[in-house]
Design a protein around this ligand. Structure first.
Ligand SMILES: Nc1nc2c(c(=O)[nH]1)N[C@H]1C(S)=C(S)[C@@H](COP(=O)(O)O)O[C@H]1N2
Ligand SMILES: [Mo]
Length: 406
């Protein structure tokens, strides 16, 4: 991306016009540092092959989310998968010479693997729900800084790779191992090669689970560049920030990993509830682990118009971090009464679950469909915003859509 920016800076406006295919009428007024919006967007949608209904939140680094109605697929295709970057996507990746090194205090002898060596370990495929810890942030008040995700920073793709556990067994880890951390090949926005944009991880118990994999494929193909090509750590059900992209090193730690965005207030919430707007000291902030129960209505699109006496088939997905969803309900009277939806079992653990309902509306008029999931612990999605927190994480409020019956 930086290449493109430099290129654009150096190009004349005439060149830019020719890329856009039209004249920039007031080109002489365009401030030096402002890129024509259309050019920015062309960069994102074509470079990463994204659906036109993806919404760009930031272009440096690239961050973009889906809208609910494009997340209707059972398996999220790359074109509809949100992009969340903390730094700049690596360029000129040399797959043949890519190495994954396993190191850290709790490893006696560090070991490195090429991708073809990794592929010799047993291969596993899982559908895994990845949701950004900040999904839903835009609703919090007072607002939290950071990308203003609405509801589309979630995906459930099919990931193929090797179990992290198999690799750790092959390397040999010590009894004192408590955490693993990842390092990726993306670069810090400052350009400082010493700095990592992000280096997070997970407790060893999560790292050793069947579904925690080092993936080399997504949806049956090489992982797309924006999503971690050529190797990605994937751990479903937890904030997607633990699923490191472009990984080239994992460290097995004898303490909680202390890489970039592990400390301070990053990916942490107050250990006990606080009043909206409170300042919370770092030592009162706890690391987010399993994500909370949540659901989306993916069909129809909000604002749909149907004719009277027609049954509407509404559907979506529901997920609950490490748990399963065991009840799905809808309301068409603003939460006064709730009705059961049909809910499918997950394809595998940590995959989202399909739900659907056939809804009849009593008469013409404006309605909202509200959807609410309950997990196996009996915890329900809140109808309004859940606990405010300084960084705006974990908003799992009910999703709602508007319907007009004509
Ligand atoms: N190397 C690296 N891994 C990363 C990130 C990153 O910026 N760099 N972002 C994390 C965060 S915060 C999220 S939500 C997910 C986003 O995954 P996606 O872009 O494939 O949807 O990747 C995680 N892994
Ligand atoms: Mo994230």
């Amino acid at each position: 991306m930086s290449n493109r920016r430099d290129f654009i800076k150096k190009s004349s406006l005439a060149t830019i016009s020719s890329i856009l295919g039209v004249d920039i009428v007031f080109a002489k007024n365009l401030p030096k540092d402002v890129l024509p919006l259309l050019l920015q967007e062309e960069g994102f949608y074509t470079k990463f092959n994204k659906h036109k209904d993806m919404v760009i939140l930031n272009d440096r680094p690239w961050n973009a989310e889906a809208q609910a109605h494009i997340l209707d697929d059972e398996i999220t295709p790359s074109s509809k998968m949100f992009v969340r970057n903390n730094g700049l996507i690596p360029e000129n990746i040399d797959v043949d010479n890519w190495n994954l090194t396993i190191d850290g205090e709790s490893v006696n002898t560090p070991k490195s693997y090429t991708i073809s060596e990794l592929k010799k370990f047993p291969k596993h495929t899982y559908r895994l729900t990845l949701e950004c810890g900040g999904n839903g942030r835009s609703e919090f008040n007072p607002p939290a800084k950071g990308n203003q995700w609405s509801i589309g920073a979630v995906s459930c793709a099919e990931w193929t790779g090797v179990r992290l556990r198999d690799i750790l067994e092959d390397v040999g880890i010590n009894q004192d191992a408590v955490y693993i951390g990842y390092y990726g090949a993306d670069t810090h926005l400052s350009g400082n090669p010493e700095k990592n944009p992000i280096s997070r991880g997970m407790p060893i118990s999560k790292a050793l689970m069947d579904e925690t994999i080092i993936a080399y494929a997504m949806n049956g193909e090489n992982i797309p560049l924006a999503h971690g090509f050529p190797l990605r750590l994937v751990a479903g059900g937890w904030p997607a920030s633990v699923s490191g992209k472009w990984i080239n090193k994992l460290v097995v730690r004898n303490k909680i990993h202390d890489g970039a965005k592990m400390g301070g207030q990053s990916y942490r919430v107050p250990c006990t509830a606080v009043a909206p707007g409170s300042k919370v000291s770092d030592d009162q902030m706890c690391i987010i682990e399993s994500m909370p129960v949540k659901s989306l209505i993916t069909y129809p699109k909000s604002g749909a118009v149907i004719s009277e006496n027609r049954t509407l088939n509404v559907r979506g997905h529901a997920w609950a971090g490490e748990l399963k969803v065991n009840k799905m309900e809808y309301s068409i009277d603003f939460g006064s009464t709730w009705h059961r939806c049909e809910l499918k079992a997950p394809h595998n653990r940590l995959a989202w679950q399909r739900w659907s309902a056939n809804i009849n509306f009593p008469k013409k008029g404006y309605y909202e469909v509200w959807a609410r999931a309950t997990d196996t612990n009996g915890t329900m999605q809140p109808m309004v915003l859940p606990g405010w927190n300084p960084k705006g994480y974990l908003n799992n409020a009910c999703h709602r859509i508007a319907i007009k019956v004509n």
